[in-house]
Design a protein around this ligand. Structure first.
Ligand code: DAH
Length: 360
């Protein structure tokens, strides 16, 4: 084998062995570049005798062409392989089922939904939202709300008491959201217009009562707030919340230590079928308590009852949620059963608003 043939098979072998375009280019430069092995051979032509040059010239030129062609062929092969590898790795199986967006999977609990609906309605009437602690002192839960010591009304609430502290005082799980009325009056000057959604606790449980439940308290205090305002506002609230054009309501005299006079409010309903129907029938369902804030309660909150007056109300959120969305039993609200929440829950991005529909 001549030197030329040895060089040729060495270079062609390197070309075949190149597995990517960078490696191939290195082989090309090594052979045909300025200082490449073939180029070095070409430089020797000048020192040859004319006869030698006559045989070596065409041989070297032929080698050059052969190598350049081989590089080109290999380059095409590598390019195609690259494209095929990419196609294989980026292959998408269009027959696979779509993956649901996590946002589509999650559901908003009906209690949260109803709280959002209620606050949307009252925000539109100019109310802001206030909150208070679930663990209350006896003072805020009872005394400041005009429950005298030893008054039987304290027993009405089936309170959960904590063990007494070193001063003999027992904290309680708040039995209603009314203590936040006092906390708000202590920190805010009238006019006051607030709603207070929150958890409340009583020792009671059956299909329509649970030991933890939810209330929404409302409080309005200014110089002229009166029962007519209260009745109008509650009527507007009920129509908007239940999304009906009219709703018969009944205001019954009642007793709460913290209001005078006190009213209980019923809405007209029909209970003859399996589901309770609103706005028809000859039955009534109690949905809230309300009244004019008792002067002792204003005083406890640091508000002068000779200058200011106000009204307040408290609604059971769980109950109106059951009523609006046709849920017969309260207990599943707190059982965390995924099938129930999938059925009764709300889509997370469907925020209740008055302009776009509360429950749409
Ligand atoms: N706190 C009362 C309860 O839980 C509900 C209530 C009645 C709240 C009358 C009020 C009100 O603000 O004025 O039974």
């Amino acid at each position: 084998m001549t030197d030329i043939q040895t060089l040729e098979s060495a270079i062609l072998a390197e070309i075949e062995a190149a597995t990517d375009e960078t490696a191939l280019d290195a082989v090309r430069v090594g052979a045909l570049g300025k200082k490449g092995s073939i180029s070095e051979q070409m430089k020797t032509l000048g020192k040859m005798t004319p006869e030698e040059r006559q045989t070596m010239g065409p041989l070297l030129n032929g080698l050059k062409t052969k190598v350049a062609d081989a590089v080109k062929t290999r380059q095409d092969v590598l390019k195609r392989a690259g494209v095929e590898a990419r196609l294989a790795s980026e292959r998408v199986d269009v027959t696979l089922p779509g993956r649901p967006n996590p946002l589509e999977k999650g559901r908003i609990h009906p209690i949260t939904q109803v709280m959002d609906e209620i606050t949307a309605i009252f925000a539109d009437m100019g109310f802001s939202v206030a909150e208070g602690p679930d663990i209350e002192t006896d003072y805020y839960n009872f005394t400041a709300l005009n429950f005298p010591e030893g008054h039987p009304a304290r027993e009405m609430h089936d309170t959960f008491f904590f063990n007494p502290d070193e001063n003999g005082e027992r904290r309680v799980l708040r039995t209603h959201t009314s203590p936040v009325q006092i906390r708000t009056m202590e920190t805010q000057k009238p006019p006051i217009r607030i709603v207070i959604p929150g958890k409340t606790y009583r020792q009671d449980s059956d299909a329509t009562h649970s030991a933890m439940f939810h209330q929404l308290e409302g409080l309005v205090i200014d110089e002229k707030a009166n029962i007519a305002n209260l009745k109008w506002m509650l009527q507007e609230f009920c129509k908007t919340f239940f999304e009906v054009p009219s709703l018969n309501m009944r205001f019954r005299p009642s007793f709460f230590p913290f209001t005078e006079p006190s009213l209980e409010v019923d809405i007209q309903c029909d209970r003859s079928g399996a589901e309770v129907k609103l706005g028809e029938g000859d039955d009534w369902m109690e949905i809230l308590g309300s009244g004019m804030v008792h002067p002792n309660v204003l005083r406890a909150g640091g508000v002068d009852p000779d200058v200011y007056q106000g009204f307040a109300w408290g609604i059971g959120i769980d109950r109106i949620a059951m009523l609006k969305y046709g849920m017969p039993d309260l207990r599943p609200f707190f059982e965390a059963d995924q099938r129930w929440i999938n059925h009764y829950g709300f889509r997370p991005l469907d925020m209740p608003t008055l302009f776009d529909g509360l429950s749409a």
